[in-house]
Design a protein around this ligand. Sequence first.
Ligand SMILES: Cc1cc2nc3c(=O)[nH]c(=O)nc-3n(C[C@H](O)[C@H](O)[C@H](O)COP(=O)(O)OP(=O)(O)OC[C@H]3O[C@@H](n4cnc5c(N)ncnc54)[C@H](O)[C@@H]3O)c2cc1C
Length: 310
Amino acid sequence: MIQRDVSLRDYSNYKIGGPASYFSEANSKEELIECLKEWKETGLQKPVFVLGKGTNLLISDNGFDGFVIRNSIKGLSKNGNLITTGAGELMSDVLSFCTVNSLSGLEWAGGLPGTIGGAVRGNAGAFGGETKDSVFEVLSIDINTFEEKRRANRDCLFDYRYSIFKGEAKNEIVISVSLELKPGEKDLIKKLTEERINYRREKHPMEYPNIGSTFKNIRKEKIPVKFREELMQYAKDDPFPIIPVAKVLYLCGLKGEREGDAQISEKHPNFIINLGNAKYEDVIKLINFAKQTVREKYEIELEEEIMYLK
Ligand SMILES: Cc1cc2nc3c(=O)[nH]c(=O)nc-3n(C[C@H](O)[C@H](O)[C@H](O)COP(=O)(O)OP(=O)(O)OC[C@H]3O[C@@H](n4cnc5c(N)ncnc54)[C@H](O)[C@@H]3O)c2cc1C
């Protein structure tokens, strides 16, 4: 099942990235276990990386000298107000399933790209909602021992763009997720979800390849006292008091800044877009330039929300 030297460019929403030395795609739990066993049998001591839809990933043009497993585990089922979804299901398909079944709670995720597995790992959120608000239980598998683990919401240690799968369980692949929702009114669920989709279409540079918000929003307490008066007027609750990083990038005059074919979006400066042939290094230069500019003007240390694969 394992292929050699597979280009990751087309698996990246950014359309940036070189080859994975070893690559496999798993469409079911059984296939995933087979992939992991086959990998173990090679005896190669190289890193393993699980790929979802690549909507949060900046991949090096040199590629990745390790084993990339693309998680495409599908399956959606319902039991009362609980839905269980394969971790490779797209959030958009989970939302359609919720609408058809008149289940409410995930409408905030309208237009959120990527898989549910990726959303759980990074506790994706928007419009005041977070993935953790609906997670009932997560099933995962250990890359080395193939042991399956079932965790209740509280055991996933969710925090802002964080879960245990970024920490002590980083050797595990999320294979399925149970979400607890509430009975709702189908037309209203559809309307609220579509409102979010339309908002994103209008405000985000969806016409160019991108990987969403480059930096995390800034916690209120991270603003140095001398800049509080200037910046606190932009504070909002999402999901706790933050200053939108896009506003800070805008105030630093970074909008439209360009390096090769990578550009800090004019439409939304927390997005770095690929104008056509952007390279990994172009994006890195813009990220470093933005960090340095914000550090010099506001003494704030920006933290990336995007993930790297190199
Ligand atoms: C236009 C746009 C808008 C966005 N808006 C938002 C937003 O509003 N809020 C937000 O939070 N994010 C946003 N994102 C980022 C992204 O969509 C989410 O983080 C998404 O949940 C990532 O899912 P993915 O399948 O694409 O993950 P990938 O990009 O493939 O992977 C991201 C990370 O998750 C890990 N991962 C993926 N699947 C699994 C799994 N099954 N088990 C364990 N680890 C896994 C990967 O190893 C990697 O480290 C946006 C992105 C884009 C392009």
